[in-house]
Design a protein around this ligand. Structure first.
Ligand SMILES: [Zn+2]
Length: 180
């Protein structure tokens, strides 16, 4: 099994200077995104929804779903089947997970949000019945793990890219992850 979460030189915690909270991405979610990468030149984009828990200091992303049957997928596009996505949101909610945002892959080495991605995530936030103050968007490029991953959020005032917390940096509260 290749479930070892520790990768030297990488953190699973991200920060943005305009937010007090940090975003922590569970190893299970990093593995899932990594395995969904568009490794072949004909591979279509994959994607889905993100779930987890929010407290005053940490947004913990520890649930992930998708892609689904009936999605719109091409090499440069991913749109979740809205019925399947809502079913996943409901199912995760029953298990105590909050809907936190969306993820998808890009066929580029290091993923960068497109103009269409920014519009889509803004619409997702505005249409969310949960009325979230902000919504996450993770995009996984073809390079492995955090080397290809970009973390964004969108709130009422705009779009923010989150940076990996520097190796060795401490944060004050250890969230529960079930892994070590
Ligand atoms: Zn995209």
């Amino acid at each position: 099994m290749s479930g070892t979460p520790a990768r030297q030189g990488h953190q699973d915690v991200f920060y943005a200077s305009c937010y007090r909270q940090r975003v922590k991405i569970a190893a299970t979610v990093l593995d899932y995104l990594n395995e969904s990468r568009q490794k072949w030149c004909t591979a279509r984009e994959a994607g889905g929804q993100l779930f987890g828990k929010v407290d005053a200091d940490i947004v913990l992303v520890d649930g992930v779903s998708g892609p689904y049957k009936g999605d719109t997928r091409s090499r440069y596009l991913y749109r979740s089947n809205p019925i399947a996505a809502q079913a996943a949101i409901d199912e995760f909610a029953e298990r105590g997970f909050n809907y936190l945002g969306e993820w998808h892959t890009h066929p580029e080495v290091v993923a960068e949000a497109s103009g269409a991605d920014r519009r889509t995530i803004r619409i997702s936030m505005e249409q969310s019945i949960l009325r979230l103050s902000s919504i996450l968007m993770l995009i996984q490029g073809t390079r492995a793990r955090q080397d290809g991953l970009s973390v964004y959020s969108c709130d009422g005032s705009g779009f923010t890219q989150w940076a990996e917390v520097a190796t060795g940096a401490e944060f004050s509260r250890a969230p529960e992850t079930g892994r070590d």
